[in-house]
Design a protein around this ligand. Structure first.
Ligand SMILES: [Zn+2]
Length: 332
């Protein structure tokens, strides 16, 4: 029997991809990979992926499925390349449309994100800083649209060549259609960015209806389902975590603990910041992170928004309109 701890791991930039042999023949690859252009001496990520697969005796045409854990450019960027090879690109139902749009799915949500940040008190210069092309294409990554005919909603399980089963589990939060994959017989969890050894993944600002073309779409509160998803994964018998970034995790409980403690601490601080009176998400973020550099403020406000969503869902706070903006107020 093969060593259960070892899953073949391919590295593209900061991202890890995992090929798994299928009982029907061929390979399912966890994540499509980032589309990183080559630069002097360094081959582009698609070429590198072909070479790395070859080392494990896998040809590109052997890859029947690329299972994209979530519609972010570093996981989905090469989906269009896989599609051009005849590979079926699998994703969670709520992320399929974003994959079909690529970078445009981000553009469609941009104006709504900026408008919401402004309504929560974010000053124009911070929002302006988030518009920079560099902010939109971290590390020069590209994200081309994936042809819709190559995209499919992932099934709930796939049979593996070693007789085991790969379960695909919806874990909405990091994106609306975020998913993870789990092998119950070995306890291996392929976590994408849902749970990471390198950092506690932050919630984002998602407008699923805007991706479909509705420009008046409301924001999807992502942190409440994110926390529920991670709590549900904790109930599985996870023995080790193969993450989308960072190293293999052999003590999953430490990561689950860290995730829970991080958000519990953050929740207490957000609540405390509101105790002196109503504030927008920006006002809360200023109190929590007084020395944060301006370029990281957008992310900080986004995380605070997630915690306001939690307070509102829990009936502990409500949003008030004030001077055209929004403020959260604790409900006594
Ligand atoms: Zn990622």
């Amino acid at each position: 029997m093969s060593d259960l701890r070892q899953a073949t791991q391919l590295r593209l930039g900061d991202n890890l991809l995992y090929p798994l042999a299928l009982r029907e023949g061929g390979v399912l690859l966890i994540d499509a990979g980032p589309d990183i252009p080559g630069d002097d001496g360094q081959e582009d990520s698609w070429t590198s992926l072909g070479i790395q697969l070859g080392v494990h005796g896998i040809e590109v045409r052997d890859v029947r499925y690329a299972l994209v854990t979530h519609a972010h450019l570093d996981h989905a960027g090469l989906a269009y390349r896989w599609a051009s090879e005849g590979t079926t690109v699998l994703a969670g139902r709520a992320d399929v449309r974003s994959l079909a749009l690529g970078q445009q799915s981000r553009e469609r949500q941009r104006a709504l994100q900026f408008a919401d940040l402004a309504r929560h008190g974010c000053p124009p210069e911070i929002i302006e800083g988030m518009r920079s092309p560099r902010g939109r294409h971290p590390f020069g990554l590209r994200w081309e649209a994936c042809p819709a005919e190559s995209l499919e909603v992932a099934a709930s399980s796939y049979e593996l060549a070693d007789g085991r089963t790969l379960q695909v589990i919806d874990a909405p939060g990091h994106t609306p259609g975020n998913l993870v994959a789990f092998i119950p017989e070995t306890g291996a969890l392929f976590s994408g960015d849902t749970i990471l050894p390198t950092t506690v993944p932050t919630p984002g600002m998602h407008y699923p209806a805007a991706v479909e073309g509705d420009e008046t779409a409301p924001r999807w509160p992502s942190l409440p389902p994110f926390i529920a998803s991670v709590a549900a994964l904790r109930e599985l018998a996870v023995e080790r975590i193969h993450p989308g970034h960072g190293d293999l995790v052999e003590e999953p409980a430490t990561l689950f603990d860290r995730f829970e403690e991080h958000h519990a601490r953050r929740a207490r601080r957000v609540r405390a910041a509101l105790e002196d009176g109503p504030l927008g998400a920006y006002g809360v973020a200023k109190q929590l992170f007084p020395r944060i550099p301006a370029r990281r403020m957008g992310q900080a406000v986004t995380e605070v928004l997630g915690h306001l969503d939690l307070l509102i869902e829990g009936g502990e706070a409500e949003l008030l309109e004030r001077d055209g903006g929004l403020e959260a107020r604790l409900i006594a």
